[in-house]
Design a protein around this ligand. Sequence first.
Ligand code: NAP
Length: 242
Amino acid sequence: MRLLLLGGTGEARALAGMLGGHDVVTSLAGRVADPRLPEGEVRIGGFGGADGLAFWLEEHRIEAVVDATHPYAARITANANAAAVAVGVPALIVDRPSWPASPAWVRASSAGAAAATIQPGARVFLTIGRQHVGAFAEVDAWFLIRSIDAPDAALPAEHELLLARGPFGYDDELALLREHRIDTLVTKNSGGPATVAKLDAARALGVRIIVIDRPPLPLGAAVVENVDAAAEWVAQLARTAT
Ligand code: NAP
């Protein structure tokens, strides 16, 4: 089968390797300067919204779409779902399970809402990627900002930038929090093992944890939780198609 695999995650790279018997094109947004590339064909850059993606699917005779993008990449997920419906190809979302919410977390519906809950003078570890860092620019606190590439947005007056790519281990996260005397963590609920250690370290040190909630998935979409289930979905489709 000819598949479009929407990527930018470890799951997408794993799936590209697992779907070797198919004709797979992995698509990356092009956000990261030096992305980890999957096996097989790769294209990079946006499609031009849901309409552009629908056109691209037809032009490239795509038979199914597997969306293995990050749980917070809501726009591409909505566009992929709409485009697949529009051109009548089956689509699947790989949605890795959230980390279980703790009653101790402060939950925020957006980066702006998270910024509004930070206490003046706090020492904040901000690990939300680089896109929404601008929401914290005016907050009166000190920030350790970790992202893969430097954010483009205006940054808080008092900050240190740490450019790093996970996975991150527990001991290193604990040492980082201690070294910078962090008392507040702001994170997304990305799920998965690669970046969970900061939560464990923050809990161990009594750090205040602010979690930005996940965006909702498109209504009616087919969803699985992991790459094995996604590979099985593709295998079933292929069996039906023959
Ligand atoms: P987004 O807000 O949902 O998407 C914004 C636009 O970027 C989309 O409308 C689309 O442009 C383009 N785009 C996004 N993902 C794409 C893909 N895989 N292939 C081609 N175009 C794509 O996405 P985002 O949050 O910026 O994330 C961008 C990429 O980074 C995703 O692939 C995601 O898996 C990865 N990522 C995101 C996060 C995160 O926290 N958001 C974390 C880790 C990795 P057009 O409308 O022009 O098609």
